[in-house]
Design a protein around this ligand. Structure first.
Ligand SMILES: [Ca+2]
Ligand SMILES: [Ca+2]
Ligand SMILES: [Ca+2]
Ligand SMILES: [Ca+2]
Length: 250
């Protein structure tokens, strides 16, 4: 679990060189882990995803499904259309923004979406920052969200839910601070062999890490995803999406 979380962290600053976001000397387009420094590019199972970020490093079939370093506003027009301001190697929400992808991954049972933010600030009591998998997490699918203090204890929350299914909330034990970077991961996996499915939500706020999972009832593999903000100022520096034909084994 920790190894996978570490997958999203790089030693380079977000704007140091957007063409080589992790600063390992290998350009994003050629890098088998574009957000994880891995000079050796080793790929033990030969599936095109480097060991350093492979959900199942000894099992083939994993894919880097999408990667957005926000270095090309023309290519990221979908984000702009959904309310994100793309420019300066970032996608920024100021108030509300959403982005349901059109990129379905129908043959994959594992779907992991990770978004990294240089800054998150709530603009109101209903502030939230959400990742959705297998839909928009409003009509269908499941979601993970950072939410402004909902229970009035002074700390913000991590919230996991499946539309029509289970919901769970965990205190972050801190408040989001605009000067502190935030990483959010939503990771849906379906294990057909054992007839189980779950959603795992991971939040990193500075050095703090919180992880929670809920079982899901959905066994459909719609495979699209979304990144949405409400009543929030959020500056995204990258979004990365991995798919896997089965549950992670790491
Ligand atoms: Ca690189
Ligand atoms: Ca790399
Ligand atoms: Ca691999
Ligand atoms: Ca693999």
């Amino acid at each position: 679990m920790l190894a996978i979380v570490a997958c999203g962290h790089s030693s380079a600053g977000p704007d140091a060189n957007p063409d080589d976001l992790d600063g390992d000397g290998i350009a994003n387009a050629a890098d088998d882990c574009p957000r994880t420094p891995n000079v050796d590019q080793h790929d033990e199972d030969g599936d095109g995803v480097g060991d350093a970020c492979d959900l199942r490093p000894a099992l083939s079939g994993d894919r880097l499904a999408a990667f957005f370093p926000f270095d090309d506003p023309a290519r990221d027009a979908d984000w702009a259309a959904a309310g994100w301001q793309v420019g300066g190697d970032t996608a920024t929400a100021d108030g509300s923004a959403g982005w349901p992808s059109r990129a379905n991954q129908p043959f994959y049972y594992g779907l992991m979406v990770e978004a990294r933010f240089a800054s998150v600030a709530w603009l109101g009591a209903a502030g939230s920052l959400s990742l959705a998998v297998d839909g928009d997490a409003v009509q269908v699918g499941a979601g993970c969200a950072l939410e402004a203090d909902r229970d009035g204890d002074g700390n913000d929350e991590l919230h996991a839910w499946e539309v029509g299914g289970m919901t769970a909330t965990m205190s972050l034990s801190i408040k989001v601070d605009p000067s502190v970077p935030v990483d959010m991961t939503a990771w849906r996996s379906i294990d057909e062999l054992h007839n189980t499915a779950k959603l795992t939500c991971i939040a990193h706020v500075g050095m703090l890490a919180k992880v929670m999972s809920i079982p899901t009832t959905d066994f459909d593999t719609v495979g699209n995803y979304a990144v949405a903000a409400a009543a929030a100022h959020a500056v995204a520096t990258s979004v990365i999406v991995y798919t896997s034909p089965g549950p992670p084994r790491k």
